[in-house]
Design a protein around this ligand. Structure first.
Ligand SMILES: Nc1ncnc2c1ncn2[C@@H]1O[C@H](COP(=O)(O)OP(=O)(O)OP(=O)(O)O)[C@@H](O)[C@H]1O
Ligand SMILES: [Mg+2]
Length: 586
């Protein structure tokens, strides 16, 4: 920009219109063109200024905006500050302290390196920079639309504050493209969240129209920062990712499959700690979930890709939002595998089939373990051995003793090791599959009640009953409106001895009304998942040997992946080799 070299080559030098068609643009115009690329909206100004603060080693960064940043953007930091000479240079085109030659671009670790952000911003605003290195006083540089108005003394502690007023005041075309203050503020919030995640140790404060909107303390670690920025609820659904293959590392967090939803996800990618955007890498990460999530679900992801500095070009986008990898395919594959590995631990590694309880000698050959389709409705209470000549009974099918732990888990020995099954999750899977089959058939299976149940509901729940009437009745719930907010249940499904039809109906309807299980793309699946969860035996229900056997038999006959409808593991396996290794036998 014009400051400091107004009369140099390129500053407005033009030749006669006849002799030359090409003219070198005055710096001020060039800066405005650069501003068009770097400074798209208030959030881009915030991004450039906060990045500068971080590059200057700030521990605290305070951002204040008014009117979505259109009226005022102010960024203050406690970083290194600048001498007067440097402050004047800083607003000059391609003035940077961060690189000296093109070679330095490889492996550049600062956010900035082009030396064009400050002049670009100053060319399209009323700009003021106050900076101090500490002891030796402070400097104020004021610029209007790219013209330096004043350089004078000021008072300030070590650090820098940049104020940007009336953004795009001299480029009305750009000003017209600004969106509402609320939408610009959202974008600013997003920018700060991203940079706060990249620098967990630095404190950030965002003040919007004199109200503090975001405040994260200095000195946090990555997990604390993630919880502070994305919220504890979301952070609690993430599992760690640690992966290395060849020259690519992937570290970070991925959402547990069962917690992924179609909306409300957060994603953040970094390369060597530098935030960037890349929808294809996000897709690669999603591919890592395979069938563990529903097609419409969008898991939250926080991934830092580590590659050699020479394997990534960070200078390919005017606002540095994108990067270019030399080994693109290898990076995509690494991201997919990293996520797959991380969630794989939740999806029980080995296929269920290898981990069935040890069969008793009598039935291994002929009957096998798979339960034939003709199996009657789930009935935990049925005494084993009642079907002579029919499918194998629970007792015949395997003889391994079963142990119930904490009234919640079933433990047994299998050929390959020790297996622990979550009884609620197992039953939920069994019911889910059964209910899906039932919903696709037409015949109702309800049991007529001697005395009908009356159930009082809220307005939302009544709506849910009405909306799901066909599914409810196919499951066996025949609900009839009874005036006001009451419904009468004439028939209910008969599932197992512990099944409390009234409570289950109430819970399913409440879940439906609240939109829980909203992540299920398919309405029937969503319904089946809700029902299965509510109808299944619960953690804390004591089970008899016969009930446990029955449940396991049915579990091993399902085709579902080895986790429940929430993505939690159903089965945990402790391989025999692992035991032997731990006891020093190997
Ligand atoms: N908050 C700050 N504290 C200390 N020095 C700063 C600050 N902001 C800018 N500077 C100095 O001013 C120079 C110019 O900043 P500017 O943002 O224009 O360029 P850059 O950060 O080097 O590169 P880029 O254009 O890629 O951001 C920086 O190299 C740095 O030396
Ligand atoms: Mg910069």
């Amino acid at each position: 920009m014009g400051a400091g070299r107004g009369a140099g080559i390129g500053a407005g030098v033009t030749f006669g219109p006849m002799s030359r068609r090409i003219a070198i643009l005055p710096d001020a115009v060039a800066d405005q063109i650069a501003a068009g690329e770097v400074v798209e909206r208030p959030a881009s100004v915030v991004k450039e200024l906060v990045e500068n603060a971080l590059d200057a080693g700030a521990q605290h960064v305070r951002v204040a905006v008014e009117n979505g940043g259109k009226t005022l953007i102010e960024v203050g930091d406690d970083g290194s500050g600048m001498s007067r000479d440097d402050a004047i240079l800083a607003v000059d085109r391609h003035a940077t302290s961060k690189i000296r030659s093109a070679g330095d671009l490889v492996g550049v670790t600062t956010f900035g390196f082009r030396g064009e952000a400050l002049p670009a911003i100053a060319s399209v605003s009323r700009f003021e920079l106050v900076t101090s290195e500490g002891a030796s006083g402070a400097t104020r540089v004021s610029i209007t639309g790219g013209r330096v108005d004043r350089v004078n003394d000021a008072a300030r502690q070590r650090g820098t504050t940049v104020s940007v007023r009336a953004l795009f005041f001299n480029t009305p075309a750009r000003r017209k493209f600004l969106r509402s203050a609320a939408s610009e503020t959202r974008a600013i919030h997003e920018v700060i969240a991203t940079l706060a995640l990249a620098h967990p140790g630095v404190g950030f404060e965002l003040e919007v129209d004199a109200t503090v909107r975001l405040h994260v303390a200095a000195g946090q670690d990555a997990v604390e920062r993630l919880a502070a920025v994305w919220g504890r609820d979301l952070a609690g659904t993430l599992v760690p990712v640690h992966y290395a293959r060849g020259s690519v590392r992937v570290d970070g967090y991925a959402q547990r499959p069962g917690d992924a939803r179609p909306t409300g996800r957060r994603t953040q990618l970094f390369v060597n700690g530098r935030p960037f955007r890349d929808v294809f890498l996000i897709r690669a990460a999603e591919a890592g979930y395979r069938a563990a999530i529903h097609p419409g679900d969008r898991p939250s992801l926080f991934l830092d890709i580590g590659v050699a500095p020479s394997d990534v070009d960070v200078n390919v986008h005017p606002a540095k939002l994108e990067v270019r990898f030399r080994e693109r395919i290898a990076v995509e594959r690494a991201v997919e595998e990293a996520v797959r590995d991380a969630i794989g631990e939740l999806v029980a590694a080995a296929p269920v089939g290898d981990w069935r309880p040890m069969p008793s000698a009598a039935t291994t050959d002929a009957a096998g373990l798979a339960w034939p389709d003709a199996h009657p409705a789930f009935d935990l209470d049925s005494a084993p051995g009642e079907a002579p000549g029919g499918p194998p009974t629970a007792d015949q099918a395997f003889s391994t003793p079963l142990l119930q732990l904490f009234d919640t888990y079933i433990l047994y020995q299998a050929a390959e090791g020790v297996v622990i099954v979550d009884q609620h999750s197992a039953h939920e899977r069994v019911l889910y599959e059964r209910v899906m089959a039932q919903l696709e058939r037409e015949d109702a299976v309800g049991q007529r009640m001697l005395l009908p149940l009356t159930i009082d509901l809220t307005d939302e729940e009544l709506d849910a009953v009405e909306a799901h009437q066909p599914e409810l009745s196919r499951l066996g719930f025949d609900a009839e409106p009874f005036g006001g907010r009451t419904v009468i249940l004439h028939t209910v499904p008969s599932l197992h001895a512990r099944f409390d039809a009234g409570a289950c109906f109430r819970e399913v309807v409440a879940d439906l009304a609240r939109g829980r299980f909203g992540g299920w793309a398919n309405r029937l699946e969503r319904f089946a998942a809700t029902f299965a969860c509510r109808a299944a035996v619960k953690a804390g229900d004591p089970l008899s040997q016969a009930e446990m056997r029955e449940l396991l038999l049915q579990l091993f006959a399902t085709d579902l992946p080895p986790h429940d409808v929430h993505g939690r593991s159903t089965i945990v396996q402790l391989p025999r080799e692992e035991l032997e290794r731990r006891f020093g036998r190997r």
